[in-house]
Design a protein around this ligand. Structure first.
Ligand SMILES: C[S@@+](CC[C@H](N)C(=O)[O-])C[C@H]1O[C@@H](n2cnc3c(N)ncnc32)[C@H](O)[C@@H]1O
Length: 322
């Protein structure tokens, strides 16, 4: 059995018998006015963060949701799009598709705004998405891509890039590892399926996204997720996993490299009223300007005493330099 079959079997089991708290972080699902999440759906919250960013879902976007789970985020996306077929949710596991269908049906009775036609559940997988090229505004996946081995992750990211419209967004939430996960854990297929041993480091994860063609990556959140302790996992030292929420844009990669926004700002502290780097960045004296990490590094090298670069907040929600 391949690790993907082990994964499918695992999610078939947890579709039939929900495992409360399997992946979730210590936070309740995003609450929105007039949105009621059925209990069965909450119990199947198998995501490690959120991919639903309310301020970015204007104009009823078409959303392709990969790995539907119990349907929680599909319902949340439908809340914003509210039209038939606006959310296409894909899953290869029949039991999971059935559970999501049941849960979405239950949502109808609790949410007067919701019609089940808003979410279309389709059989399919992350490597062969059942939609045409450049046809969706958003691709979202929560706690799935971290399970994939590196070559499969690249395939899944390229497939997301294929189906996105130009400028479209890949909204993801995944565990990342604070140092490389040892091979003996990476090869444990069940741990991998449980989102505990396939995670890449932050640098590997963001580089893989860029290598798949995404020219801009924005980090929405980064927080502690799980500890792999040295006793249970046969490690020399404890290993912390974090969860990372990101939005990656299908825009061309600039000649000098992708823009990755992690919440850094640059502040001109010189004596003039502003500083212009002649590369498109004008800093008003004393006023923080959001910059991507690439620009932050360039400015810090160019003007080490007159430009102060603040640390990554790991919470970036827009605006910026590039
Ligand atoms: C960790 S769960 C996350 C579920 C959901 N995103 C959530 O946040 O609750 C992973 C989901 O991906 C599905 N899945 C497994 N293998 C997949 C694949 N190759 N392509 C797409 N989905 C897959 C599983 O059936 C399951 O629904």
């Amino acid at each position: 059995m391949s690790y993907l079959e082990t994964t499918a079997k695992f999610y078939s089991e947890v579709a039939e018998t929900p495992q409360i708290g399997l992946c979730c972080v210590q936070s309740s699902p995003l609450q929105l006015p007039g949105l009621k999440i059925p209990l069965a759906m909450q119990e199947m919250n198998y995501g490690c963060g959120t991919t639903v960013h309310p301020t970015e879902l204007a104009n009823q976007p078409t959303v392709l949701y990969v790995g539907v789970g119990g349907g929680l985020e599909a319902l949340q996306f439908a809340y914003f799009s509210r039209r038939p077929g606006a959310v296409i949710a894909v899953d290869p596991v029949a039991a999971m598709r059935e559970a999501a269908t049941r849960n979405l049906q239950a949502a109808v009775t609790e949410n007067s705004w919701f019609d089940p036609s808003f979410v279309e559940i389709r059989a399919g997988d992350a490597f062969n998405l059942p939609v045409p090229d450049t046809s969706v505004d958003v691709v979202a996946q929560n706690c799935l891509f971290n399970i994939f081995e590196p070559d499969d992750l690249t395939l899944a990211l390229k497939e997301a890039w294929r189906v996105l419209k130009p400028g479209g967004r890949l909204q993801m939430s995944d565990p990342i590892a604070t140092r490389p996960i040892p091979v003996h854990l990476q090869q444990d297929e069940r741990l991998r399926a449980m989102c505990l041993s396939g995670a890449l480091t932050y640098d590997e994860y963001t580089q893989t996204i860029v290598d798949a063609g995404f020219g801009q990556v924005e980090i929405r959140a980064r927080r502690p997720y799980r500890l792999l302790d040295c006793h249970t996992y046969n490690l020399e030292e404890n290993l912390l996993l974090e969860s990372l929420d990101s939005v990656s844009f299908k825009v061309p990669i600039p000649d000098d490299g992708a823009c990755i926004f992690t919440g850094k700002t640059a502040i001109y502290a010189g004596t003039e009223s502003f500083f212009d780097d002649s590369a498109g960045h004008v800093l008003q004296q004393g006023i923080p300007a959001a910059v991507c990490d690439k620009t932050a590094a360039k400015l810090a090298a160019l003007m080490p005493t007159e430009v102060i670069v603040t640390n990554s907040t790991w919470h970036y929600t827009g605006g910026g330099c590039c």
